[in-house]
Design a protein around this ligand. Structure first.
Ligand code: NAD
Ligand code: TYD
Length: 360
């Protein structure tokens, strides 16, 4: 079995759901212990299709709780830890960085330490086969100028936000646990994900949800910042590849070769909604686009060179940005209850704080 951390969040939950689909096709589904603190970003409802499924053991708890993690490792004897748990929203890290240091740095450190103790106690094949897969982000590499080549795995870490700094610190700790103690780690640095179950504080789901609610679509600054977008199930497939075939101690960049300016994405979302759920007045959702004050320290461009994982492990994304974005918009339209349930009082408070009360 495997231990997943943060498996009630956006990517972690997609990974768990996909894991059961993908592994049951090949070799009978391998069980998952899912450790998640259920912060505002964790939503057990996403995993409701697994209720009563003995292959999925959900544990509410903190990766920084060493006693709990050690107990889970001894009890379940996972062959791998897939580490997603993190505070993940850049804007929140600007308002309140401490939780990012606590979970992304200290939490990862405590998880690594518990993993090391567990791994040391393994023997033979179990010890040789064990993997600690750390899920990280392209944001650790910093910002690219318009014509700079895309990030490779050897690009220096130059994080600019408290979020990316905390993830970079975690990357370094993972590397050090391999270099110093021999822990068999793998690290992936992925570009921006989008898809089903995405919390509507991030660009794509926020814009869809706001558009449908008749609210302003708040584009930071000139909207010409570029991100390299990957559909979430393509990320999950890449992670399964790295877990299976990745070389211990190596870093793999994951990206979809889909560089897009934010303003173009918002316009694409408006065009899809105009087609799939036209406004009652027949006008375009694009009329709701508003430029708002830019994010402090806003990274201008991210782009991933995914040649290493493509050539070494044979992974390639299945979705284009066009197919993925359409699926995402269709998913939001088909799941209004999931969206309504995550828009709690705390969510509304955050939106009001981040957008100065103007777009709540
Ligand atoms: P998310 O914020 O949607 O989910 C994070 C999950 O971790 C939540 O379920 C939350 O409850 C849980 N969690 C938070 N603190 C915890 C703690 N101390 N102990 C246990 N669980 C805790 O994040 P996401 O977008 O799914 O990202 C998952 C991982 O992928 C993160 O490590 C992130 O840095 C990385 N990543 C994200 C993206 C992206 O575009 N979203 C891109 C590349 C990498
Ligand atoms: P986000 O989804 O927060 O991901 P990240 O900052 O980790 O890349 O933001 C994606 C891009 O969209 C980023 O350049 C900031 C921008 N953005 C807006 O323009 N308006 C918004 O309301 C949000 C949430 C993001």
């Amino acid at each position: 079995m495997i231990l997943v951390t943060g498996g009630a969040g956006f990517i972690g939950a997609n990974f768990v759901l996909d894991w059961f689909k993908a592994t049951s096709e090949t070799k009978g589904a391998e069980p998952v212990v899912n450790l998640d603190k259920l912060t505002y970003a964790g939503n057990p409802e996403t995993l409701s299709s697994l209720q009563g499924d003995a292959r999925h053991v959900f544990v509410e708890g903190d990766i920084g709780d060493s006693a709990l993690v050690s107990r889970l490792l001894v009890q379940h004897k996972p062959r791998a830890i897939i580490h997603f748990a993190a505070e993940s929203h850049v804007d929140r890290s600007i308002h309140s960085p401490e939780a990012f240091i606590e979970t992304n740095v200290m939490g990862t450190f405590r998880l690594l330490d518990a993993a090391l103790n567990y791994w040391k106690g393994l023997a033979g094949d179990a010890k040789a086969a064990f993997r600690f897969l750390h899920i990280s982000t392209d944001e650790v590499y910093g910002s690219l100028s318009a014509d700079a080549p895309a990030f490779t795995e050897t690009h220096p870490h130059q994080p600019n936000s408290p979020y990316s700094a905390s993830k970079a610190a975690a990357d370094h700790l993972v590397r050090a646990y391999h270099h110093t103690y021999g822990l068999p780690v793998l690290t992936t640095n992925c570009s921006n994900n989008y898809g089903p179950y995405h919390f509507p504080e991030k660009l794509i789901p926020l814009m869809i949800v706001n558009a449908l609610a008749g609210k302003a679509l708040p584009v930071y600054g000139d909207g010409l910042q570029i991100r390299d977008w990957l559909y979430v199930t393509d990320h999950c497939a890449a992670l399964r590849c790295v877990l299976h075939d990745g070389r211990v101690g190596e870093v793999y960049n994951i990206g979809g070769n889909n560089e897009r300016a934010n303003i173009d994405i918002v316009k694409d979302i408006c065009a899809l909604l105009d087609q799939l759920r036209p406004r009652e007045d027949g006008k375009s959702y694009a009329l709701q686009i508003t430029h708002v004050t830019d994010r402090p320290g806003h990274d201008r461009r991210y782009a991933i060179n995914a040649a290493k994982i493509e050539c070494e492990l044979g992974w390639k994304p299945a979705e284009t940005f066009e197919t993925g974005l359409r699926k995402t918009v269709e998913w939001v339209l088909a799941n209004p209850q999931w969206i309504a349930n995550v828009q709690s009082g705390a969510y509304r408070e955050w939106i009001s704080k981040n957008y100065n009360g103007t777009h709540a």
